[in-house]
Design a protein around this ligand. Structure first.
Ligand SMILES: Nc1ncnc2c1ncn2[C@@H]1O[C@H](COP(=O)(O)OP(=O)(O)O)[C@@H](O)[C@H]1O
Ligand SMILES: [Mg+2]
Length: 241
């Protein structure tokens, strides 16, 4: 994308606020995710995690504050530029997979490539590669209703990765999976992010899931509670050393 600044964090939020029906949901939230960095976001239900991912993914807009992607302010982009960013730079996986129920695994993964206007032969090739990378080649022609939860999340991950995004957003990606399957999905998310240099912002309730992340942030009442990293009661950095 034009104006892409490779030194800037892939995602940088500063003082983001958002209210729904006059109720503040995000309240001056600030965080940044470096290129290729994997960050876990934890916090109680209702603290605004999903609302924040919706802003980060460009599917909703903040009331105030700044949100930069590769150093570019989202509010200064045209709606066309924001749509392009949403399609190419950010991929998302969800707790309940959100696959299109009438489409096969292959067809689901192909959707974002169609939206990008990728030619048919290239689409086929990419879909095959992605299903192989996520370990579901054998389910290529299956419908979501015929797949296990783990298989659906693999397909959803393949779809999210199809445009080769710089940032993967994951909203409780193991929240609907048994623990063994969840562990495998986490390993897969880590390995694909590593291989492609994709940054990850992952909401999770599972403390073990943070093992695939470089950094863990906690959220409460619409803001990050540990952005300063030094607990105020413990004094300065020298005391901690
Ligand atoms: N589009 C919306 N319209 C109205 N209220 C919303 C909307 N999105 C989220 N909320 C409210 O915002 C609060 C935080 O929700 P959410 O971001 O889903 O939190 P979390 O993901 O941390 O559980 C909830 O009380 C929810 O009802
Ligand atoms: Mg949520």
């Amino acid at each position: 994308m034009a104006g892409c600044n490779h030194n800037a964090p892939v995602l940088e939020a500063e003082g983001l606020s958002k209210s729904y029906a006059n109720v503040p949901i995000l309240d001056g939230l600030s965080l940044s995710v470096a290129r290729g960095e994997r960050v876990a976001l934890m916090g109680p239900s209702g603290s605004g995690k999903t609302s924040f991912l919706n802003l980060a993914g460009g599917i909703d807009t903040p009331d105030s504050g700044s949100l930069r992607f590769d150093g570019r302010e989202l509010s200064e982009m045209s709606s066309g530029e924001r749509a392009a960013l949403r399609r190419t730079a950010v991929g998302t996986v969800f707790q309940f997979f959100h696959l299109l129920p009438t489409m096969t695994a292959s067809e689901n993964v192909e959707v974002p490539l169609r939206l990008l206007g990728v030619a048919r032969a290239e689409r086929r090739h990419r879909v095959r590669e992605l299903l192989e990378e996520t370990g579901v080649t054998h389910r290529a022609d299956a419908l979501p209703s015929e797949m296990s939860g783990g298989e659906m999340q693999r397909v959803a991950l393949a779809r999210a990765l199809a445009p080769a995004p710089r940032l993967l957003l994951a909203d409780e990606p193991t929240g609907n999976l048994d623990s063994v399957t969840g562990e495998r999905i986490l390993d897969l998310i880590e390995s694909v992010c590593r291989r492609h240099g994709t940054a990850l912002l992952m909401v999770t309730h599972n403390p073990d899931a943070t093992r695939i992340c470089h950094r863990v942030l906690h959220m409460l009442d619409g803001r990050i509670t540990d952005a300063g990293e030094i607990a105020p009661a413990r004094g300065g950095a020298e005391e901690r050393a």
